[in-house]
Write a protein that binds this ligand. Sequence first.
Ligand SMILES: Nc1ncnc2c1ncn2[C@@H]1O[C@H](COP(=O)(O)OP(=O)(O)OP(=O)(O)O)[C@@H](O)[C@H]1O
Length: 205
Amino acid sequence: MKIKLSNAGKRFNREWIFRKVNLEFSAPIAYAITGPNGSGKSTLLQSIGGMLQFSEGGIGYSNNSTTIASEQAFNSISFCAPYLDVVEEMTLVEFLHFHKAFKPLLNGLSVNDVIEAIHLQHAAHKQIRNYSSGMKQRVKLGQAIFSNTPIVLLDEPCSNLDIAGIELYHSLIERYCQERLVMVCSNDEVEYRFCQERISILDFK
Ligand SMILES: Nc1ncnc2c1ncn2[C@@H]1O[C@H](COP(=O)(O)OP(=O)(O)OP(=O)(O)O)[C@@H](O)[C@H]1O
């Protein structure tokens, strides 16, 4: 799986956040997108994930040289970010079954396997609205990492996680993301230390 950015730029009103981004991303490599607060990491990741449109230039997705239409790319992408909501009214079991109807789980895994993997068995039947912030972050990570997509986009993946949660994050990456294209937006080395490639958003100002 490949993503190619050609002269990509994004602005909000008159403010250019980044310009002239010419980069290629391919599996099985993990990329870190770094930069200070407000520099545009999340904006770039959301643009790559198709949640925002570039203001200039473009993006291409392909798999083994076959082009994937932008409007179909979401099938290949999973996304985890603190600003993305989960369905708070559902229990974890309900939410994962609901999500699985749109994005299947990694081959051979069940909803129960995912719940065990993110260590939330004790809260499986509790409404997500009553979860702590760290528990919700485990749900978001599980939802992204266990979706059967070749691309995994992670924005500040360790937000609200304690030390055990951060270790869990690294073990999930190690076990389930080796063959995938992973992108991590962060300014905290702990979150992206496994990434082979590092990209500073400041290079595109
Ligand atoms: N919808 C929007 N409308 C206007 N400006 C926006 C919008 N979204 C983001 N911005 C601006 O774009 C800039 C980049 O924001 P972004 O969230 O991408 O930064 P970031 O590098 O991810 O920051 P942080 O490390 O704090 O998460 C900021 O100046 C922000 O105010």
